[in-house]
Design a protein around this ligand. Structure first.
Ligand code: NAD
Length: 295
């Protein structure tokens, strides 16, 4: 079996996959590949798939498969698998890092210190204790965030059409979540119901000064409406790991010019531990499919 590792995985993975066949990392050899391993960087478009006539399996190391034209892959009999369970803790910890750091004024405090400014009087922090966290998307990652927020003494409410009940959050409507949350964590997949979900209408219903953290997908917010809400102080701060594209359009992304935006370059899943867990899942998938004679 010929396996192309196309994106960044744990460096031990090529060695762990050697027992399945030849493993290579040169994208120019895609036409030879029977299995392709991608994360989010490679876009498996129709053209990409058509350029790999021997392909039987695409494994997306991670959760969302919106970088893969799954319908086209299916039409050609190519299996598309992902590793959805692996990343939950890694992403939840990054969301918590934003949720802790933003009200703690960690980043402006640090930046000012690097500029020899001692903002002891100016920087007033807010606590998480007894604040309400609204979790938008109570799936695997949202649930891990809810559990951690409870440990901070927060009230946790959640909104998710597929999760009527949760032991970790009181489930409420979207309008109630927007109206009651002091902080909102967005952990949504990108689909027709979530694209641009946090738009001007939704932002018209939030508590003034709400902190929004997005570790789901960049396109679930309307960037122009959010930038305007940040400029007006309707939204107190926005912490985001996710963008309209990776990387964002640095010249034209309105959020890059808006105040109180805290940013990371889509590293939610990129913990060392998670890359190892993703590798474990890739090996299990290959073992299972090989045993079933599907490869
Ligand atoms: P999941 O499928 O377990 O949970 C997503 C939840 O969102 C589901 O329960 C679903 O019902 C809910 N949902 C869908 N539409 C909704 C709507 N309109 N309103 C409210 N809830 C809605 O997925 P997960 O493992 O928790 O991952 C969530 C998302 O996080 C992924 O789809 C992916 O886009 C993103 N993600 C980002 C990173 C990163 O690096 N930042 C890493 C992994 C995953």
């Amino acid at each position: 079996m010929k396996i192309l590792i196309q994106d960044k995985f744990d460096k031990s993975l090529p060695g762990r996959l050697a027992r399945f066949g030849e493993v290579f990392e040169d994208p120019k050899r895609v036409a030879e590949a029977e299995v392709v391993l991608v994360r989010s960087a490679t876009k498996c478009t129709k053209e990409y798939i058509d350029g790999a006539p021997k392909l039987k399996l695409i494994i997306r190391g991670g959760v969302g498969i919106d970088n893969i034209d799954s319908a086209h892959a299916k039409s050609k009999g190519i299996l598309v698998m992902n590793t959805p369970e692996a990343s939950s803790v890694a992403v939840a910890e990054l969301a918590m890092a934003f949720l802790v750091a933003i009200p703690a004024k960690l980043i402006p405090g640090h930046v000012a210190m690097t500029q020899s400014k001692f903002l002891k009087k100016e920087l007033k922090r807010t606590e998480l204790f007894q604040k309400t966290l609204g979790v938008l998307g109570m799936g695997r990652i949202g649930t891990e965030i809810a559990k951690r927020a409870k440990a901070f003494g927060m009230e946790v409410i959640g909104c998710d059409p597929l999760v009527p009940k949760s032991e970790h959050a009181k489930m409420v409507s979207l309008d109630e979540l927007l109206a009651k949350s002091d902080l909102i964590s967005m952990n949504l997949p990108l689909n027709d119901s979530t694209r641009g979900m946090v738009n001007a209408a939704a932002l018209g219903k939030v508590k003034k000064g709400v902190i929004i953290v997005n570790t789901g997908r960049g396109k679930t917010v309307d960037e122009a409406a959010l930038a305007a809400a940040l400029a007006d102080g309707v939204v107190g701060a926005y912490g985001t790991d996710v963008w309209m594209s990776d990387p964002p359009d640095f010249e034209n992304c309105p959020l890059l010019k808006a105040p109180n935006v805290y940013m990371t370059p889509h590293i939610g899943a990129s913990s060392n531990e998670n890359l190892l867990r993703i590798g474990d899942c890739v090996v299990s998938i290959l073992d299972k499919l090989a045993k079933e004679g599907k490869l």
